[in-house]
Design a protein around this ligand. Structure first.
Ligand code: FES
Length: 234
């Protein structure tokens, strides 16, 4: 059983000539002895110590939780676009109205390039209205990622658009979701013509109306309340 600790201090009194006249014992927290000065020193009681320690430990634990969460939430706002431009192919390789599968290899001259390979489907559009999800200035070619927007399996092109072999997700010819568990349209590459070559210079996500959204992982929404929770996984 804990018993309160009573600390005793000695206060020395002096007469007018500076000689010691008495040593008065004084218990901390008690009413000062008559004639003794009030206890205004820096001594801390057990209660004060425990209160300060609790606040300190609580503050440290709160910071340990809050700092990573805040960093995760703000990273997409301040994060830069680290997409490495990559050649898609020669412009005249592609045909009007027909998707051609290409392998993109950013940093092809580097030894670890094989781990960064991506697959895209590229279609040349004879009409600017052929791609209903195209951004302004991006109507001439449609460059669609093959990553399914459910869990990331590679989609395959079909007569009607794209299908995913993993869980039956399906997309129309512009990559817009039409069935199954995917949560948004297929991602798109920003393309750019350099002389006779077509290059990919960025990757972005789409909302269901075709407007551009910041790139995010498969399974993460770009619309509605779930889209507002990004980067948190609902
Ligand atoms: S990963 Fe494509 S439908 Fe599940």
């Amino acid at each position: 059983m804990l018993r309160p600790v009573v600390r005793t201090r000695v206060r020395t009194r002096f007469d007018d000539q500076g000689a010691i006249v008495a040593d008065l014992p004084h218990a901390s927290g008690d009413t000062p002895a008559e004639g003794a000065p009030a206890n205004s020193g820096p001594d801390m009681t057990r209660k004060q110590f425990l209160t300060a320690a609790t606040i300190g430990v609580g503050g440290v634990m709160g910071a340990l939780i809050a700092v990573p969460v805040a960093g995760m939430a703000l990273a997409p706002v301040f994060g830069g676009n680290d997409f490495e431009a990559v050649k898609i192919g020669d412009v005249d390789e592609f045909e009007d109205g027909k998707f051609i599968k290409v392998v993109l290899t950013p940093g092809a001259d580097q030894p670890d390039a094989y781990v960064r390979k991506k697959v895209a489907f590229v279609r040349k559009n004879a009409s600017k209205t052929a791609d209903k999800l195209a951004l302004k200035g991006q109507e001439d070619f449609t460059v669609v990622s093959n990553t399914c927007m459910h869990l990331g399996c590679p989609v395959q092109s079909s007569n009607a658009g794209f299908v995913c072999p993993c869980h039956g997700g399906s997309y129309d010819a512009d990559g817009k979701r039409v069935g199954g568990p995917p949560v948004r349209p297929l991602d798109r590459y920003v393309w750019e013509q350099r002389g006779t070559e077509l290059w990919a210079t960025g990757l972005y996500a789409l909302k269901s109306d075709g407007s551009k959204a910041k790139h995010r992982d498969p399974g993460q929404h770009t619309d509605g309340v779930e889209g507002l929770l990004y980067p948190l996984q609902p």
